[in-house]
Write a new protein. Structure first.
Length: 366
């Protein structure tokens, strides 16, 4: 005879209660860990303070010349090398002068022939003039001799000019540096045939460098020639260079920016053409201007009130502060009331905060 043990209803209830008790004890084993929210903040500045804006750009020589021959020919000498420093008058390149020397000789021969004819016809005119005065020949014969003489004089003058032109073209087969500086590029080689006007080398003249940057449309009206700026280069860390605005563009480039050229005040051999850097401008804000903050820093409550979160750096917690906002400008949202200079304003992570919440700053923006 077999007996089967079946659990009673009472034992099932007891077992469930024990499980609930054990689970409750495990949940109450320690205090709940406080959540720390990561946020990004910025320090609020007084509206009367100058606002700093930085724009990327590139260094370039104040004077850059493309050197080329004024005649065509084959390059037979090319001492020019990229990066080479040259002085005014140094040889950059030389063409094969053979054809141009032949042209000079031909022009000299033509000039000599024209001079001989001129001398002969001049003597004939002088002789016939004397015969006319002695009434030996007619006036027409003297006039004909004079016309031949003057025609020979014109031919000799033309031959002289052709000879000068041939000599000038021969001189053009030698290319010299027009000023002291450095050769930025040399896109040709020896024995290469080049055309008149083809670039042989680019010369960056010695002296102060310039910095080309672009300023957004909303700020270009505040930039004037003579305004001061600071230029920094990634390749020259820890140093800034004083600069002055020398050209302010009036026609927009792509992305609604306007070109601005800065002249770096002090000459420094470490600044080379093509170096990437940043130009820092200080824009003075008019009196009575409102504080400007990123629009995403301002939140709205269900009743329509606008508020921001301010970080207490001592406790690293946030407090809500109601604000009065103005209009939305290209630079940000105007705050008319509720903010004070030096407030640490949360600008990212706003919608996950509550009063007294601890935060961790991921970064700050000026």
């Amino acid at each position: 005879m077999r007996f089967v043990l079946r659990p009673s209803f009472f034992s099932i209830i007891v077992f469930g209660a024990l499980l609930t008790l054990v689970a409750g004890c495990s949940r109450d084993s320690g205090p709940e860990e406080e959540i720390v929210r990561p946020v990004v903040s910025m320090t609020v500045h007084s509206p009367s303070e100058a606002r700093i804006r930085t724009f990327s750009g590139v260094a370039q020589p104040a004077i850059e010349s493309n050197l080329s021959f004024r005649v065509a020919g084959e390059i037979v000498e090319l001492p020019a090398k990229v990066g080479k420093r040259v002085q005014k008058g140094d040889l950059v390149a030389r063409l094969d002068p053979t054809d141009y020397e032949l042209q000079v000789r031909e022009a000299e021969a033509d000039m000599a022939q024209a001079a001989a004819a001129f001398n002969q016809l001049k003597a004939d005119w002088v002789r016939k003039k004397a015969l006319y005065e002695s009434r030996t020949i007619s006036r027409s014969e003297m006039d004909q001799a004079e016309a031949s003489y003057r025609s020979a004089a014109a031919r000799m003058d033309a031959a002289r000019k052709r000879r000068a032109l041939a000599q000038q073209q021969l001189n053009y087969t030698v290319l010299h540096a027009p000023a002291a500086g450095s050769l930025a590029q040399v896109p040709v080689n020896v024995h290469q045939t080049v055309q008149a006007g083809q670039i042989i080398a680019s010369l960056s003249a010695s002296g102060n460098m310039e910095f080309e940057t672009a300023v957004p449309e909303r700020l270009i009206s505040r930039v004037r020639e003579g305004d001061k700026a600071q230029v920094r280069f990634d390749s020259i860390p820890g140093q800034s260079f004083d600069a002055l605005a020398v050209e302010v563009g009036v026609q927009a480039l792509q992305l609604s920016t306007f070109p601005v050229t800065l002249r770096i005040v002090d000459e420094d051999s470490r600044i080379l053409p093509g170096m990437i850097g940043q130009a820092e401008f200080s824009f003075r804000i008019p009196e009575g201007a409102a504080m400007i903050v990123p629009p995403q820093a301002v939140a709205a409550s269900p009743d329509g009130a606008r508020f921001v979160w301010i970080v207490d750096r001592e406790t690293m917690t946030v407090q809500r502060r109601d604000v009065e906002v103005g209009g939305l400008t290209p630079e940000g949202l105007e705050v008319l009331d509720g903010l004070e200079p030096e407030d640490e304003l949360v600008i990212r992570g706003v919608h996950r905060l509550k009063e007294g919440r601890k935060v961790r700053l991921l970064g700050e923006e000026g």
